[in-house]
Write a protein that binds this ligand. Structure first.
Ligand code: AMP
Length: 301
């Protein structure tokens, strides 16, 4: 199966305690790049005329399909964020929509049959537009953020009715479910439509809620975090890429996929932007997966 990712492609300005840097960014960039390690991945998004050949090469080297990447006159979406000294908080300094402002995702005909559709973080209306063009996806996943929960909850709830898997972080889960209790939030989110809800808790791991019960897994203990941007998107992309490589989408497939999601999330934070993904190998992924299972005291999993 293949993964079709809809979301943002961006230039990010990242401020960390060690300085400020510009890098390639965007939810769909991270998610499609991470998915590509496990299954054929395609990206749907928009960039401006400032998006150069070197940036396209990043995707080409990973084998991410760009048939659905539009180029428009104007500037590529730009996001700027600043991390606190311990990386536990992130402040958004700028969100310049640029070519994203009036973007309406278009799925080329050939891509409408994708089995797995990932609606990565982008305006919920744009997520709904993309979803309406997919023919018969076997699995639809959606990621979102606090901005959309604050500004267009109705659109988001409409989208949620049509998805199988919701992936979001703990703060967003509490905000969307309107309860400080995370377990209650998981249950409330399941009632909004998705069959499964995955709550990312950064360095504290991940929780999964479904009718089959709940499941938790720790994060890999990264010794040297450089830039946490994209960890959540890489988690989601890897998870879906992994599911795309499975025969049956059963409980154990979801659990395996969450472990691989955790592994990819742990790699991306070790470099600025998507730097780590440029040279990452499947062998390194497998080695870290084994280390993570040992760390989680789940060696036979
Ligand atoms: P994460 O660290 O997983 O939350 O993802 C960070 C990425 O999300 C960055 O590369 C940004 O370019 C992208 N991003 C930031 N704000 C938005 C937004 N409003 N809509 C879509 N993507 C965004």
């Amino acid at each position: 199966m293949s993964v079709l990712v809809v979301g943002t492609v961006a230039f990010d300005t990242i401020e960390t305690p060690s300085g400020s840097d510009k890098t390639l960014g965007g939810s769909a960039m991270y998610a499609s790049a991470a998915a590509s390690f496990f299954a054929p991945a395609q990206l749907i998004g928009v960039v401006g005329d400032d998006f150069e050949a070197q940036h396209l090469r990043f995707f080409e080297r990973l084998g991410v399909g760009l048939q659905g990447l539009e180029r428009r006159p104007g500037k590529t979406f730009h996001w700027a964020g600043r991390y606190s000294a311990d990386f536990s908080n992130r402040e958004t300094l700028a969100t310049d929509l640029n070519v994203l402002a009036d973007y309406s995702p278009k799925l080329p005909d050939k891509l409408r049959d994708a089995e797995i559709l990932m609606l990565a973080n982008i305006h919920p209306q744009q997520q709904i537009e993309a979803l309406s063009q997919a023919r018969m996806p076997r699995l639809v996943a959606l990621d979102t953020m606090n901005l959309w929960i604050d500004t267009c909850r109705d659109d988001l709830q409409r989208a949620l009715k049509q998805v199988d898997l919701l992936i979001l972080n703990d703060e967003e889960a509490r905000q969307l479910a309107q309860t400080p209790q995370l377990v209650k939030a998981g249950e409330a989110l399941l009632k909004m439509g998705p069959r499964r809800v995955v709550v990312k808790k950064g360095e504290h791991g991940v929780l999964c809620f479904s009718e089959e019960g709940s499941f938790g897994f720790p994060a890999y203990p990264v010794a040297d975090v450089v830039d946490p941007t994209g960890a959540g998107d890489c988690f989601a992309g890897a998870m879906l890429g992994c599911l795309a490589s499975e025969r049956a989408l059963d409980e154990s497939a979801y659990r395996r996929a969450m472990v691989y999601g955790t592994v990819l999330g742990s790699f991306v934070v070790e470099g600025l932007g998507p730097e780590k993904l440029r040279s990452l190998t499947r062998k390194e992924i497998e080695t870290r997966r084994k280390e993570l299972l040992q760390f989680a005291a789940a060696p036979n999993f």
